[in-house]
Design a protein around this ligand. Structure first.
Ligand code: SF4
Length: 61
C-alpha cells in the first residue's frame, strides 16, 4: 500500500508536508504530492492522513 494525494481536493494547508516531510512535498502548483512513499513508516503517514483537513490523502494498492 502506498499513500496518494487527490490533488484536486488539496487546499495546500501544509499539514502533510509538516507531518511527514520525507514523504510529501508541494508540486509546482502548491498541491501536495507523494514523492517518496517509503520516506516514513505507516504510522507517520497515517497521522498525515488523519490530520488532512479535507481528507484527500488515501492508501492505494
Ligand atoms: S494535509 Fe491535505 S490539504 Fe493539506 S497540504 Fe496535505 S494533502 Fe493538501
Amino acid at each position: 500500500m502506498v499513500p496518494r494525494v487527490n490533488k484536486g481536493e488539496c487546499i495546500s494547508c501544509g499539514v502533510c508536508v509538516d507531518t511527514a516531510p520525507a514523504v510529501f512535498r508541494f508540486d509546482g502548483e502548491n498541491r501536495a504530492e507523494v514523492y517518496d512513499p517509503n520516506g516514513a513508516d505507516a504510522a507517520a503517514i497515517q497521522e498525515a492522513i488523519d490530520l488532512c483537513p479535507v481528507t484527500c490523502i488515501y492508501w492505494d494498492e
